[in-house]
Design a binder for this molecule. Structure first.
Ligand SMILES: C[S@@+](CC[C@H](N)C(=O)[O-])C[C@H]1O[C@@H](n2cnc3c(N)ncnc32)[C@H](O)[C@@H]1O
Length: 204
């Protein structure tokens, strides 16, 4: 029997994709088909990935849209992920969010990374909380990252920030040709595939 991996709020399934490709029994628990708030997990879950929406914790969104954050709305989904993790008691689990206000609720993360540190040539500083083996970073200097892409880069910035790209940028990113995000928000939320691959290698 294949090991069961839950990909909570998995969206496109980018984070769990290496597990799926390796033949694990991956269940992507994401809207509109599944709601983590009402989901009953199966028995014998091996590992859990969770990527709850960052909308209410994001520094960028709230500043750009000059709107009030509603962290209690965001925490309802985070709480639901934790309920599932507690219920399943998996061998490992990890919950991610872009660096932002979720730290106010969960404290400092286990790991913070940039996608380029795992080979995807863009930035989006991301926190990971959980109980897992740290995937070793592949690059410590942007200059060493191979296969740079022609992605929009803001003036006076040295690297493209994924949070500023539109989904039309997908065409420029070979490692995401399998993905089919419906909106800019879906696109910007995609877990960088290099990190997903490294996480899988460290947590088989
Ligand atoms: C931050 S995105 C994660 C995207 C993912 N990292 C990827 O690679 O595509 C959060 C996802 O959770 C979904 N979502 C939001 N509320 C949810 C809920 N209550 N239950 C399950 N999924 C939910 C959203 O539709 C969205 O696809």
């Amino acid at each position: 029997m294949s090991k069961i991996i839950l990909d909570l709020c998995g969206g496109t399934g980018s984070w769990s994709r290496p597990y799926q490709q390796a033949g694990y029994d991956v269940r992507i628990i994401t809207l509109p088909d599944y709601d983590v708030r009402t989901y009953t997990p199966p028995l014998d879950v091996y590992g859990i990935l969770a990527a709850p929406p960052c909308t209410e914790f994001s520094i960028l969104n709230c500043r750009a849209e000059a709107r009030t954050r509603h962290p209690e709305v965001g925490m309802e989904i985070v709480d639901a992920c934790f309920r599932i993790i507690m219920e399943c008691r998996p061998k490992w689990w990890a919950l991610e969010n872009p660096v932002g206000h979720l730290r106010d609720y969960l404290g400092l993360p286990e790991l913070t990374f940039q996608p380029w540190e795992y080979g995807d040539p863009w930035t989006k500083r991301t926190d990971i909380w959980g109980h897992f083996t740290h995937p070793p970073k592949l690059y410590t200097r942007w200059e060493d990252v191979p296969n740079k892409l022609h992605l929009y880069t803001r003036p006076n910035r040295g690297k493209p920030n994924f949070a500023y790209l539109h989904k039309s940028a997908l065409a420029q990113i070979p490692q995401l040709q399998w993905a089919n995000p419906q909106t800019d928000a879906d696109f910007r939320a995609i877990t960088p595939p290099g990190f997903a691959k490294a996480f899988f290698a460290a947590n088989p």
